[in-house]
Design a binder for this molecule. Sequence first.
Ligand SMILES: [Zn+2]
Length: 153
Amino acid sequence: MQQPTHGSAAHQRVQEWIRKSPLRITKARSAVASVLLRQTEPISAEVVFRQLIEDDKNISLGSVYRILKQMEDEGLVLRDRHVTSGGIKAIYSIQSDAAHNRKYVFRCDVCGRQQRIADAVLAGQLANVAALESFDLPEEILIPARCRGCTPA
Ligand SMILES: [Zn+2]
């Protein structure tokens, strides 16, 4: 098993993938990845395409679809479905970044002191379980606890 790092693991995997790409498609891949990396919500290929235009990147919608498919095959993006009045749309996100940004915090129930837990493996596992059980996790998860200072000796 690959050891997650305390940087953004998903971001690093994306960078690695772009580095291994043939030169002529590196620019397109990195432009699509940078659009996805700054999203907080999953977005459709059309939205990626529109943002690329705003970024002054000249990449066709067909190429956007192709790159998203390649990223999905590599396990770099998650594809989900979004139901709209116009039908069902595929939406894409770099999922583990959201999981990485989530905060798990011990909070002392006596003095209120908080301590963030920095454990990427735990965060990833909880996110996977939540996804399997169809639960959305909040940005910040407080875990009631009792700090050492408040524990009677
Ligand atoms: Zn305390």
